[in-house]
Ligand binder design. Structure first.
Ligand code: COA
Length: 257
């Protein structure tokens, strides 16, 4: 077992398990966590001993998205920022990538799932992409992948309203493969990962490459386009009001914006 700041990694029987381990802050991603997750994925991609990766959180929370304080102190200044290194590692990851999600999955806590191959959810999972409510725009390629997954109207509901949707709805739109009791989610995903790890890796890798259908370049271009808008919007009054309101524990007031 390796501890890399607020993530834990474990490699057992071909399965690399990455656990978000900052539960006291609802597994909100700091720059360090993005870098650690990127590094873990980059190493797993090239390490012949790794056949499958499982990304998991806690039984009560998957992730509250970007750590707002850290994000304000270190806004992603360019596409070299840790969050983009993490996204590139996710998009390029050649082996099966599984996720187990319980409790809130906010922002990147939901959008990173769009890059996973299999997702298992606890029945307490709550997914949300509240970028509009933060004065921002979609990230992580979600403006491309969410409409592809859900259709345009449901994508508009998820991305314009930004309200949470729950495990059964996520199952219905195909964001998750199966809903289980929260205490069973990580174990169920681990059992599925064991089944995959017993299969020929070359077939898994080739099948995943074909499934992704050559969309990688378009996806990376969309991530970059979103990143430019996101960085600009982060400096504008709506985002400033949203983040200040979160830090002050009050509702934001967008009435004049
Ligand atoms: N960034 C920084 N800190 C965060 C955080 C985030 N995204 N999400 C939660 N935290 C912190 C809280 O400030 C609180 O810290 P404190 O104990 O020092 O006051 C702690 O984590 C617990 O959060 P709390 O809000 O009390 O938990 P909850 O169970 O009531 O609600 C959430 C959980 C995830 C629904 C809620 O925390 C939330 O909405 N977080 C913000 C999500 C967000 O907007 N993310 C940004 C996406 S770009």
């Amino acid at each position: 077992m390796n501890t890399m700041s607020d993530i834990l990694t474990d490699l057992t029987d071909g399965i690399c398990t990455i656990t978000l381990n900052r539960v006291e802050k609802k597994n909100a991603f700091t720059q360090t966590m993005y870098s650690s997750c990127a590094q873990a994925l980059e190493e797993a991609a090239t390490n012949a001993a790794v056949r499958v990766v499982l990304l998991q959180g806690d039984v009560g929370v998957f992730s509250a998205g970007n750590d707002i304080a850290d994000f304000l102190a270190n806004p992603p200044a360019s596409t070299d920022a840790p969050v983009f290194r993490f996204l590139r590692a996710l998009v390029a990851f050649p082996k099966p990538l599984l996720a187990a999600v319980c409790g809130p999955a906010v922002g990147i806590g939901t959008t990173l799932l769009l890059h996973c191959d299999l997702v298992y959810a606890g029945d307490n999972a709550a997914f949300s992409m509240p970028f509009v409510n933060l004065g921002l725009c979609p990230e992580a390629g979600s403006s491309l992948l969410v409409p592809q997954l859900m259709g345009m109207h449901r994508a508009a509901e998820a991305l314009l309203m930004g309200e949470p949707f729950f495990a059964e709805a996520a199952l219905e739109v195909g964001l998750v493969n199966r809903v289980v009791p929260p205490t069973e989610a990580n174990g169920y995903a681990q059992a599925q990962a064991r089944k995959l790890a017993a299969k020929p890796l070359s077939s898994l890798v080739e099948t995943k490459r074909l499934l992704k259908g050559g969309q990688q370049a378009a996806l990376l271009a969309r991530i970059e386009e979103e990143a430019h808008s996101f960085a600009r919007m982060l400096r504008e009054p709506a985002a400033k009001e949203a983040f200040t309101a979160f830090m002050d524990k009050r509702h934001p007031d967008f009435s004049k914006l």
